[in-house]
Design a protein around this ligand. Structure first.
Ligand SMILES: Nc1ncnc2c1ncn2[C@@H]1O[C@H](COP(=O)(O)OP(=O)(O)OP(=O)(O)O)[C@@H](O)[C@H]1O
Ligand SMILES: Nc1nc2c(ncn2[C@@H]2O[C@H](COP(=O)(O)O)[C@@H](O)[C@H]2O)c(=O)[nH]1
Length: 415
């Protein structure tokens, strides 16, 4: 580890035009990173301000400045930024930020961003938060209507209120008696939802039993960003807060999606990297009994749902979309199997599985890159010579990304 870093970041440029263009646009800290013909200028929001970090792009090919559509939750202000190019995304190391909020990725050419650029016909970038290891994979629960998906999800949310967050879908179907807008679904109109789909606001969508249903990017982000709030007081019942890390109570939230097989197929093809679970009924007769006993559909709707169930069952069992298949015969048994799959069949495991390990970055540091390793040097120049304390972020196994989290960061310290 004694070699000089191959690439020094914090590459603040003073090219003609940069400072003027920039100085007026961004108050506070800023940094620039070039990927191909584009220079990404990322900055704003210093420690005292509440302004979020902004992004502008200087296109060297055209000589023009572009203000991109920025998806994802913009990072909070910080004391300084370092930016490291990783080809399709830029890793941002924030100074003076909370352990769960100091490593972020600005995606500039990932699958998700390319799709969004195609849909929107303009420059797009997307923020995603970096997390260590493999935690927090979203969970997709799919299966025919009436099989018990909602029942199982309710049981999970009731037993682990702090651990799971439900992705509230959009639908064009009418609300049922007890259903609340924004809680069970975002009830919307066909024309509005079609426009929003065209605008690229959805991770996935499908026409199901004659209505449009879809998971918006925002719905997923609302859940994953629940982990962003840092509160310095202990949790009380009902709050989505679990883990005390460095005197901060860090919420742990894992996103659950209840979607049909078509939607599951889209999620499988996306960058969400979810765990996909298909729930089967013990028999079609039992499925019909459950659908009828729910008393929420008309006879015509029940028949349509049963007809669609035949197709969904075939696809669910054989398409290779799903990681796991569970049979919901006895509800309690199925629920236990689901918890086992998710690694939460014991109280200790429940805390382990989703506990996000923050990255405790020293407030003062410099950042460099060597191959797939980001080296964070946190000694003063004098101390560096003596002790060379380094933190290494290994980015060789990154997974996921916008609209969820970027997982797979390996972090270790070299003394
Ligand atoms: N294992 C089970 N045994 C008997 N009844 C069950 C079981 N699981 C769920 N149910 C019942 O079946 C009905 C349908 O369940 P639920 O509404 O959860 O299905 P769903 O898969 O979410 O349906 P949809 O896709 O239409 O939303 C409910 O009345 C529920 O109480
Ligand atoms: N592809 C998607 N399917 C969804 C979504 N939200 C719900 N669903 C599925 O629709 C059916 C019917 O639901 P119901 O509430 O009308 O009974 C069911 O299979 C759900 O899983 C979504 O966002 N995308």
């Amino acid at each position: 580890m004694g070699e000089a870093p191959a690439f020094i970041v914090d590459d603040l440029q003073n090219q003609i035009g940069f400072e003027n263009e920039f100085g007026s646009k961004f108050k506070g800290c800023k940094t620039t990173t070039t990927i191909g013909d584009k220079t990404y200028v990322i900055g704003g929001g210093n420690d005292e301000s509440t302004l979020p970090v902004e992004v502008r792009i200087f296109d060297k090919a055209t000589g023009n400045w572009v203000t991109p559509i920025v998806l994802g939750s913009k990072p909070n202000s910080c004391k300084g930024l370092s930016a490291i190019s990783l080809n399709d995304r830029i890793l941002i190391v924030k100074k003076g930020s909370a352990p769960d909020d100091c490593i972020l990725f600005l995606e500039v050419d990932t699958w998700f961003v390319r799709e969004q650029k195609k849909i929107r016909g303009t420059e797009v970038v997307a923020w995603s938060k970096g997390v260590r290891g493999d935690a927090e994979k979203p969970v997709v629960i799919s299966g025919p209507s009436g099989v018990g998906k909602g029942t199982l999800i309710s049981m999970l949310m009731k037993e682990f209120p702090s651990m799971f967050g439900f992705s509230v879908s959009h639908t064009t179907r009418a609300p049922r008696g007890m259903e609340k807008d924004g809680v069970h679904y975002h009830f919307t109109e066909q024309s509005i939802m079609e426009k929003e789909i065209k605008d690229g606001k959805f991770v996935e969508y499908a026409s199901v039993h004659g209505n449009l249903y879809g998971t918006s990017i925002e719905a997923v982000e609302v859940v994953t960003d629940a982990g962003k709030v840092n509160i310095s007081v202990p949790p009380f019942l009902g709050q989505p807060i679990l883990l005390c890390y460095k005197q901060l109570w860090i919420p742990i939230v894992r996103c659950i999606l209840d979607i049909d097989v078509q939607g599951a197929r889209s999620v499988r093809a996306s960058s969400l990297e979810a765990i996909l679970i298909f729930i089967c009924p013990p028999s079609m007769e039992e499925l019909e009994t459950r659908l009828r006993s729910r008393r929420t559909e008309t006879e015509e709707q029940i028949l349509k749902r049963l007809q669609n169930a035949e197709v969904e069952m075939k696809q669910g069992k054989s398409s290779g979309i799903f990681d796991h298949i569970l049979y919901n015969d006895n509800l309690d048994d199925c629920y236990e199997s689901l918890k086992k799959l998710l690694g939460i069949d014991g109280a200790a495991a429940a805390t382990q599985i989703s506990a996000p390990q923050g990255i405790d970055l020293p407030a003062d540091h410099s950042v460099s890159k060597m191959d797939n390793k980001i080296i964070i040097n946190y000694g003063t120049p004098e101390l560096e010579k003596a002790s060379k304390s380094l933190m290494v972020l290994d980015v060789s196994s990154l997974k996921g990304g916008a609209p969820g989290r970027t997982r797979g960061l390996d972090v270790y310290v070299i003394d």
